[in-house]
Design a protein around this ligand. Structure first.
Ligand code: HEM
Ligand code: HEM
Length: 176
């Protein structure tokens, strides 16, 4: 008799969907910054980009730690590509905000997300830090979006063509 899990656990599922909603908002603010500069839409959305980005990084770290503790209690990977894809999503979920935070620190400007004095700022600038962020943050951010779009497309493909149970693993459908 197999004891393999058929679904992701409750915490995994809640983190997945809460972060999916927050990522939608985060990419909307990035898109507004890229294409709607100096409009009211950008002013509205961009205000949350840095604090929400930090929150998403913290949640991604919680998710990684939880993934390690929870290993052995998750449904088996659909195939090696799915494992590789999820690994890439995790790497970028951490790397994208991390390089932005390095740039933020290196800029010497104070950073107080949610009113918490995280970086007090200093005179001058640390150039390699600002260069890392400016070279990679936006680029990796858009790569993450492309991966997310591919991930959602694969999920929908399984839902309608491949194996509908793949979607149920993360929605919790079918759990009594
Ligand atoms: C998971 C979290 C994050 C995602 C997915 C994300 C995504 C993006 C993307 C795609 C862009 C490019 C927008 C454009 O082309 O104009 C961008 C720009 C920017 N982000 Fe983020 N971001 C995140 C977190 C952060 C954090 C934590 C900070 C600061 C502490 C930050 C600060 C900025 C700044 C200043 C820009 C404009 C400069 C640039 O394009 O590099 N972001 N972000
Ligand atoms: C409408 C949006 C989304 C849908 C329909 C969706 C669908 C799914 C499905 C069906 C699974 C289970 C796949 C499997 O077991 O092989 C899954 C797992 C996963 N998804 Fe999504 N997803 C969405 C958004 C996102 C976003 C925005 C991210 C991250 C940026 C993400 C990251 C992950 C990860 C890392 C897993 C593996 C389980 C875990 O470690 O939490 N998903 N998703």
């Amino acid at each position: 008799m197999s004891t393999e899990a058929t679904h992701y656990g409750r915490l995994t599922r809640y983190l997945h969907w809460a972060m999916a909603v927050l990522f939608a908002w985060q990419f909307a603010s990035a898109g507004a910054h890229a294409w709607l500069e100096d409009t009211a839409v950008e002013a509205f959305l961009w205000a949350s980009h840095k604090p929400l980005g930090l929150l998403l990084m913290l949640l991604a770290i919680v998710r990684v730690v939880w993934g390690v503790l929870d290993r052995g209690h998750r449904p088996p990977a659909v195939n090696a590509w799915a494992s590789l894809g999820h690994l890439a999503l995790y790497l970028l979920m951490i790397a994208v905000p991390a390089v932005a935070l390095i740039r933020q620190y290196g800029s010497g400007r104070a950073f107080e997300p949610f009113g918490i004095p995280l970086m007090s700022g200093f005179e001058g600038e640390i150039e390699w830090m600002t260069a890392i962020g400016s070279n990679f943050h936006g680029l990796f951010g858009w790569v993450l979006l492309v991966l997310v779009v591919g991930h959602v497309a694969m999920a929908l493909w399984h839902r309608h063509v491949g194996n509908p149970e793949v979607m149920s693993r993360i929605t919790g459908r079918g759990i009594d």
